[in-house]
Design a protein around this ligand. Sequence first.
Ligand SMILES: Cc1cc2nc3c(=O)[nH]c(=O)nc-3n(C[C@H](O)[C@H](O)[C@H](O)COP(=O)(O)OP(=O)(O)OC[C@H]3O[C@@H](n4cnc5c(N)ncnc54)[C@H](O)[C@@H]3O)c2cc1C
Length: 578
Amino acid sequence: MIHMHVYDALVVGGGGAGLAAALHLTRGGGVRAAVVSKLYPTRSHTGAAQGGIGAALGNLEEDSPEWHAFDTVKGSDYLGDQDAIELMCAEAPEVIIELEHMGLPFSRTDDGRIAQRRFGGHTHHFGQGPVRRSCYAADRTGHMILQTLYQQCIKHQVTFYDEFQVLDLVLGESGVAGVVAYEIRTGELHVFRAKAVLFATGGFGRMFSVSSNAYAFTGDGPAICWRRGVPLEDLEFFQFHPTGIYKLGILITEGVRGEGGILLNRDGERFMERYAPTMKDLASRDVVSRAIYLEVREGRGIEGKDFVHLDATHLGREVIEQKLPDIADFCRTYLGLDPAQRPIPIQPTAHYAMGGIPTDVDGRVVVDERNTVLPGLYAAGECACVSVHGANRLGTNSLLDLVVFGRRAGRHMAEYCRAAELPPLPGDAAEPTVATVQRLLEKGDEPAARIREEMQHTMMDFVGVFREDAGLRSATAKLRELADRYARVRVQDKGKWFNTDLMEVWELGALLDIARVTTACALNRTESRGAQSREDHPKRDDQNWLKHTLAYWREDGEVEIRYKPVVVTKWQPKERVY
Ligand SMILES: Cc1cc2nc3c(=O)[nH]c(=O)nc-3n(C[C@H](O)[C@H](O)[C@H](O)COP(=O)(O)OP(=O)(O)OC[C@H]3O[C@@H](n4cnc5c(N)ncnc54)[C@H](O)[C@@H]3O)c2cc1C
C-alpha cells in the first residue's frame, strides 16, 4: 500500500540546516510544512559538531565581518563566490544573537558575553594573525544548536516524519511535485506531494575508509537530485580534517589547537612552523593535512608510522576539562589516554563536502551556468553548494552556513508557497521507487559489505589528500567495476519491519554514484586548489581553472562536465600563504 500526503513545503532532513529552514518556513504562519528525516532529528550529524560557529562579534578583541569574509575567500582558495560569502559573514552576528535569544547556552566570557575562541584560518586585519571568532558551547556547539532549533520547531508546530527515508524526488512538468519515502518501521512507501522541497541531507564522508562522519552521511540528497538531472557542483573538493583519532577517524576538534594545542612529529618538532610561519598550527585545514602527510612520507611520523601527535598537555587539566570535556572523554574512551598527560595520536580524516547541489543565496537550486532555477527545489547545509566554501572550508563556517542559508531558504520557500499552486502529481510517481526496492530485494549474490569496503579504500588511496592522473584513472575503473557488482548486490533481510539492511544497501548505491562523480571531477581538474591536491599539477591555475565544476548525469553512465564562473567582488586571487 502506498500512503499519500499533501503539504505546501517539505524539508528532507532534520539536521541544523533542515530545522533552521523548517522553523523559518512556518514561523510566519500560513504554510503547511513537514520535515521528513531518516534519523530522529536530534541524532543528526550537526549534533556531533564540536568546535564552534563563526561570527565576527568581536567580544574579546576587535573583529569585523569584512575580515571574516576575506578569511573565507582566502580559505576557499578563491573558489568561493564572494557575494555569497560577504552576505554570510554580514548576517553571522545576527543569527548568533537570534540563537542566543532562542535559548542556546553559549559558553561565556567573564563579563557574561558569548565566549569566542581561535580557529584555523580566522584572522584579524586580513591575515595579520589569529583572532577569536568561534562562538562555542564548550565542545558541544552543534548539539546545542540542534536541540535549540528542534525545540523551536516543536513550538511552531512543524510536523515531523521521523525515520522516513526519502528515496526519490518527483518532478512534474514545471518543477517539483514531491518526494517518495520509505517508512523504516513498516517498510511501506509514502508519496508526499508539495509545492516546494528542500534537501538538507548532510554530507557523504562515508565514501572514505577513514572519516569523522556519522554512518548516515551517505549523500542521499545529492544522489537523488543527480539521478533526476540536477548537476552537482565542485564535488572534487572534499575536506580532510587534520586531526582524526589515529585509525578510527573520530574527530578531535580544531578547538584543541584553537585553545593552544600543537602538532608534533617524531622528533618532537612543532613542524607547522615550517609550513605556515604566521598561523602555524592554525593554518587552514588543507594546508595542515598536507603537512601531516608530508611529514609521514618523509619518515617523521611517530614511531615511523602514519600518524603524528596533537599535544595539549601544556594547557593544563582545568582548561581541558572546562573547554574540551567531550574531547577528553573521547580520548579516555577510545584511546585509554588522558590528554592532560599524554599527546593524542592523530591522522587526517575525511570530514566535509565543499561541493553539492548548486543553489543561489536563497537556497533555490540552480541547474546550469546561467543559474536557471528549478522551480520549487531548494537545498541547504552540507549537501548544498552556495558556494561559500569554494575549494576549502574554514572551521566554524559550516554551522554558520546551516543557520544563515537554512533561514534564508526557509523564508524564501514560505513566500514561494504562498504564491504557487500545488502542481499535479504524475500518475506513476512512486513507480520508480517500487521498482528499485523490488530489484534490491530480489536474489543477488554480491555482498554489500565487500563493495563498500573496496569503494572506501579506493577513495582513500586514490581520491584522498593527494591525487594524480594514474591513481584517479584506476579509481575510475575500480568504481565502474563496483557499480557493475552493485547491480547484483545481495540484501539479506527480506522483511518489512525495520529493514535497515535494505536501506544501507540503497545508501551504498548513493555513495557509489557520488564517489564516481567525485573521481571524475578530480581527474578533470588539472590543477591544485584548496582540498584538491594534484601531485602531477601542483600549482593553482587561475587562468584555466578559476571556475566551478558542474557534473551532470548522462544516460550512458558517464559524467558530463560543464563549468560556471566564480563570482569575484572585492578580492582578486592572490598567492595563499599562512
Ligand atoms: C564530528 C564533526 C564535527 C564538526 N564540527 C564542526 C564545528 O565545530 N563547526 C562547524 O562549523 N562545522 C562542524 N562540522 C561540520 C558540520 O557539523 C556539518 O557540516 C553540519 O552539521 C551538517 O549539517 P546538515 O544539516 O547539513 O546535515 P545533518 O545535521 O547531518 O542532517 C542531515 C539530516 O538529513 C537526514 N537525511 C539524510 N538522508 C536522508 C534521506 N534519504 N531521507 C530522509 N532524511 C535524510 C538525516 O536524518 C539528518 O536529519 C563537524 C562535522 C563533524 C562530522
